[in-house]
Write a protein that binds this ligand. Structure first.
Ligand SMILES: C[S@@+](CC[C@H](N)C(=O)[O-])C[C@H]1O[C@@H](n2cnc3c(N)ncnc32)[C@H](O)[C@@H]1O
Length: 209
């Protein structure tokens, strides 16, 4: 269901300047918070068209870019071909349902941006991340701070109206992660469905395995 919505959005996804600005800020915040290195294997959950993954790839050994939407992954695969990106592997996967596909692997960095609010059970995703993260690996989650429901024009596929960063940090700690931190990474300023121009802050939560 959610994948169909994103399949439709995929072709024009990168035409929205607000999304490009957000991805730029989140990429910068991850680079600032995580000491990236050419020895690290990374996993992105909900990579979309790869706006963040294509920027992080030169700084990492390799990235497994996952998404439930084949349409989004197709756009990323085209970028991989045209930009000759050799260290990104794409995988159509719902981390909650199909995590066995990754069972034999472990990652030094797991990250996602604007994905968690589309997931019904964020706790299940955090548990999977805990299992897949190498000891002392890094978790980085960017998402909307709590909003009043005016951010999305179409609410299909929206499971959460953002998150309280402090509460999510507690949940992440309870899952067994260490050094949990949150900081504001970006503010999306846009006209919402009620035609009001509003600020929608986005946090970056980081933690260690
Ligand atoms: C708002 S988009 C963000 C895309 C990308 N991270 C970006 O910043 O441009 C959310 C993405 O999460 C994906 N997604 C939603 N639920 C998912 C799940 N359970 N597992 C993996 N990906 C999921 C969607 O298909 C979509 O590509």
């Amino acid at each position: 269901m959610t994948s169909k919505i994103f399949d439709k959005a995929a072709a024009d996804w990168d035409q929205n300047s607000l999304r490009l600005q957000l991805a730029k800020s989140v990429t910068a915040a991850i680079k600032n918070a995580v000491p990236l290195s050419g020895t690290m294997c990374a996993l992105e959950i909900g990579c979309g068209t790869g706006l963040i993954t294509t920027e992080l790839a030169p700084h990492l050994k390799n990235i497994v870019a996952t998404d439930t939407s084949g349409g989004m992954l197709w756009v990323l695969q085209e970028k991989i071909k045209t930009q000759s990106l050799t260290n990104i592997e794409t995988l159509q996967l719902d981390l909650c349902a199909d995590a066995d596909l990754l069972a034999s692997r472990s990652f030094d960095l797991i990250y996602c941006s604007m994905t968690l609010h589309h997931v019904r059970d964020p706790g299940a995703v955090l548990q999977k991340c805990r299992q897949l993260l190498a000891p002392a690996g890094f978790l980085a989650i960017a998402d909307l701070e709590k909003e009043d429901g005016s951010f999305h024009g179409d609410m299909s596929g929206v499971e959460h109206l953002g998150f309280d960063p402090a509460k999510l940090a507690e949940q992440v700690s309870r899952c067994g992660f260490a050094q949990v931190n949150t900081a504001r990474a970006h503010v999306i300023t846009k006209e919402n469905v009620q035609r009001q121009v509003r600020d929608y802050p986005v946090f970056l939560l980081t933690a260690r395995g």
